[in-house]
Design a protein around this ligand. Structure first.
Ligand code: PMP
Length: 396
């Protein structure tokens, strides 16, 4: 990684871990098709099954419960699009949950979230009971939000879902590798994972499906992934995912350290710019994520200024996929549009160090001084114009 740059956008994509790169390079040399019975085929098969064990171990699932996919977008689309009568979704879910829910469910019901960004358990319980009476129903509540890091009461809501006979899907993309995630004990039926958020390659992920559950195949054709997802496996990507999962599991104890670095970011921001607001700070959060709004500083401009100073952060202010407008996550939390348009996201990860925080705060200080200078020099020049935020992490 280029150390002249400071990369604090792990929630968009984490840098590839050296272990993952090594595993992928080795796997690319393996010539066989994992479905072939000869030695070359068995070698490819072994790499896939080793990776399956590593991914399963990271989330306390059984290897038989892991189905490799092309990423969490596919995992989310697969489970949400599986022909439910009702899908209950929190308004803060990722677009790859919301879009298939709106597109494919007979009824799609949005669960309200508190101003701190959490789904209210009691309100969810009532809706679950009603949905359970009206046919096949699914509820989707993520473990942690990608923009704010806010954690959801997944285990509590899963209890209500079970008694209402409603299936439960959780998007664990941002939580895995950063906090312990326990599929077996969470009480959920389906869980989506993505390799590139934990230092594996992009374009590979998994859907964890509780043993014994039925889900129509994602792709029909060959017998790969126990007939659930046909197609010759991307062995190198899967091997890289497995190696990243193993490394992430070894390092889970680093979460406290990430939390300390994140706290240093927030304390520094509060000192340099006392008017800044940390969105979602009122709820339990991931140790690595900070969603910071500096009133009147348009997020797109802040991201560009920080980038020019060598620091990569994300814009929390605009929706995914290059759309203009404020974030649906912050809107669901009731954050005023003017503040939401100023929200940027700092997200740390496996290779973050104290010097990254120092570099960030130095650049933040310079950026804030520039704002103050502009405000004094020309009051008309500074204010952010509504609707001007452009998305800096398109497609995330
Ligand atoms: N869910 C969440 C919460 C995410 O943050 C992301 C990626 N930004 C996804 C799903 C999609 O994952 P992938 O990039 O593997 O398709």
């Amino acid at each position: 990684m280029n150390r002249e740059r400071t990369y604090l956008d792990h929630n968009a994509s984490a840098p590839l871990r050296p272990e993952a790169l090594a595993a992928m390079t080795a796997a690319l040399e393996v010539v066989g098709n994992a479905s072939s019975v000869h030695a070359e085929g068995r070698r490819a098969r072994a790499l896939i099954e080793e990776a399956r064990e590593e991914v399963a171990a990271l989330v306390n699932a059984r290897p038989s419960e892991i189905v490799f996919t092309s990423g969490a977008t596919e995992s989310n689309n697969w489970v949400v699009g599986a022909g439910w009568d009702t899908v209950l979704v929190a308004g803060i879910e990722h677009d790859s949950v919301l879009a298939p829910a709106v597109f494919s469910a007979t009824r799609c019901i949005e669960l309200a979230v508190s101003p701190a960004g959490q789904v209210a358990v009691e309100a969810a319980d009532q809706m679950l009971a009603e949905a359970g009476r009206r046919g096949r129903a699914l509820i989707c509540v993520q473990i942690a939000n990608n923009e704010t890091g806010v954690l959801q009461p997944v285990a509590e809501i899963a209890t209500g879902a079970r008694s209402a006979g409603v299936s439960f899907h959780t998007d664990a993309v941002q939580a895995v590798g950063r906090i312990p995630v326990d599929f077996a004990n969470l009480g959920v039926d389906f869980m989506s994972l993505s390799s590139h958020k934990l230092g594996g390659p992009k374009g590979v992920g998994a859907l964890v499906i509780r043993d014994g559950l039925d889900l129509p195949p994602m792709l029909r054709g060959g017998g790969q992934e126990r007939r659930r997802r046909a197609g010759t496996e991307n062995v190198a990507a899967i091997a890289g995912f497995g190696a990243a999962a193993a490394a992430a599991r070894r390092e889970l104890c680093r979460a406290a350290r990430l939390g300390e670095l994140r706290d240093r970011v927030e304390q520094g921001v509060a000192r340099l710019t006392p008017q800044a607001v940390v969105l979602g700070a009122g709820a339990p959060r991931l140790p690595n994520t900070s969603c910071i709004a500096l009133p009147k500083a348009a997020a797109a401009l802040t991201v560009i200024k920080m980038d020019l100073a060598g620091v990569a952060i994300g814009a929390g202010s605009a929706c995914s996929s290059g759309k203009l407008g404020v974030s649906h996550v912050l809107a669901a939390m009731g954050v005023a549009p003017a503040l939401a348009e100023a929200a940027v996201r700092v997200s740390l990860g496996w290779n973050s160090e104290g010097r990254d925080v120092d570099a960030f705060l130095q650049a933040w200080d310079a950026m804030a001084r520039g704002l103050r200078f502009n405000e004094t020099a020309s009051p008309a020049a500074a204010p952010a114009r509504a609707g001007q935020a452009t998305h800096m992490t398109a497609g995330e």
